[in-house]
Design a protein around this ligand. Structure first.
Ligand SMILES: Cc1cc2nc3c(=O)[nH]c(=O)nc-3n(C[C@H](O)[C@H](O)[C@H](O)COP(=O)(O)O)c2cc1C
Length: 376
């Protein structure tokens, strides 16, 4: 019999309140990989590489978020060829030196208890530009710029040099580059691979009827516009081990008349699910057309993750202005997504997951080196 404050109601309260088990801190298993919680660092271009090589900046950026308690730490858009980069300072994964430098980062992230993930990308017609803080200006060939590639020879902005419409041989070559990068990512020790098929980059530009005006089997119907992405998924899956999950990031609406809509995204997700090779749809939006009009508000993209999860029956990741533990918890508790992906909030506060655990009363161990900070 308890002797604590008899008659005070304390015992009853103890019995009534179950041990907190917030959804945000429940582990998730996908294929053979288990993440300690549902928080993933969103891929965030740092524009800080030389020759595609990661350096100490990338180790600290990604390592700090692993130390801070994220379940999955995803490397920024990492490009499959030099011409596939957005800027000359983007990460790449087309050679052994890049693989080995990334392996060090993947190992450090894993040692902190987070799952190391990497996003593979090709910038397409949005490539060959300066960094955002340099104005995102097209780089002319004499200054080191390159010929960009796209489904059709339509520039992203009127003052940009036109991309070259890809031939079938180009499509096969880029598909092979994605497969090569997937093999290198496997060797580097990444456990999750994400394909970047959003934000107007090459794979997205094939999906969109606004940028894809082809008249061959890669254009026209949604099935045809998705062909390149599906071929890339198949080629990547052949190199990516069956026990490691594959995510695809989609722009679930283009926010512009005539562009992709949520119902198109649902169809694309169905096609991806039918391959049997894709495990999670990471639900973003926009970036494909400069005329887009977006008014972002907290959780503005969550309805896309919710609809795709419900309609297709595939796991989804919600991203976009998810900033509080309560909001993240609501999304998971109501079955609106399986993962919470965070960019800017985690950029500003690498220890957000540890603080969120405290706010939601989850028992999460701080790194031993930082244990004394857990009491502050
Ligand atoms: C500086 C910066 C770099 C980004 N780089 C990438 C990227 O490499 N790949 C990608 O898919 N999205 C990228 N994004 C988009 C983010 O991953 C994320 O989807 C977006 O910021 C919305 O989430 P948030 O509100 O939590 O930041 C970037 C965003 C920012 C602000």
């Amino acid at each position: 019999m308890s002797t604590a404050n008899p008659g005070s109601g304390e015992d009853a309260r103890r019995i009534a309140r179950p041990a907190p088990d917030p959804f945000l801190f429940r582990p998730i298993s996908l294929r053979g990989v288990t993440a300690r919680n549902r928080i993933m660092l969103s891929p965030l271009c740092e524009y800080s590489a030389e020759e595609g090589m990661p350096n100490d900046w990338h180790l600290v950026h990604l390592g700090a978020r692993a130390v801070g308690g994220a379940g999955i730490v995803c490397v920024e858009a990492t490009h499959v060829s030099p011409e596939g980069r957005i800027t000359p300072h983007c990460l790449g994964l087309w050679n052994a030196a890049q693989r080995d430098a990334l392996a060090r980062i993947a190992a450090f992230v894993a040692k902190q208890g987070a799952v190391p993930a990497i996003q593979l990308a090709h910038a397409g017609r949005k490539g060959s530009v300066t960094r955002p803080w340099e104005g995102t200006r097209p780089i002319p060939p004499e200054a080191g710029g390159w010929q960009t590639l796209a489904p059709s020879a339509l520039p992203f902005l009127p003052h940009h040099p036109p991309p070259r419409a890809m031939t079938r041989a180009d499509i096969a070559e880029v598909t092979g580059q994605f497969a090569r990068s997937a093999a290198l990512a496997r060797e580097a020790g990444f456990a999750i691979l994400e394909l970047h098929a959003a934000h107007g980059y090459l794979l997205h530009s094939f999906l969109s009827p606004l940028s894809n005006r082809r008249e061959d089997e890669y254009g026209g119907s949604l099935q045809n516009r998705a062909r390149f992405l599906l071929e890339v998924v198949a080629a990547v899956r052949a190199e990516w081990p069956a026990e490691r999950p594959l995510f695809v990031r989609l722009s679930c609406t283009e926010w512009v008349e005539g562009g992709l809509t949520l119902s198109d995204a649902i169809e694309i997700a169905r096609l991806l699910q039918a391959t049997g090779g894709v495990d999670v749809i990471d639900c973003s939006s926009g970036g494909g057309d400069a005329r887009q009009r977006i008014r972002p508000f907290p959780g503005y993209q969550v309805p896309f993750a919710e609809a795709i999860r419900r309609e297709v029956g595939i796991a989804t990741a919600a991203v976009g202005l998810i900033t509080t533990p309560e909001m993240a918890e609501e999304i998971l508790a109501n079955g609106r997504a399986d993962l919470i992906v965070m960019g800017r909030k985690l950029m500003a506060d690498p220890h957000w997951p540890l603080k969120a655990a405290r706010a939601l009363h989850a028992e999460v161990a701080w790194p031993v080196q930082y244990e004394r900070a857990s009491l502050t």
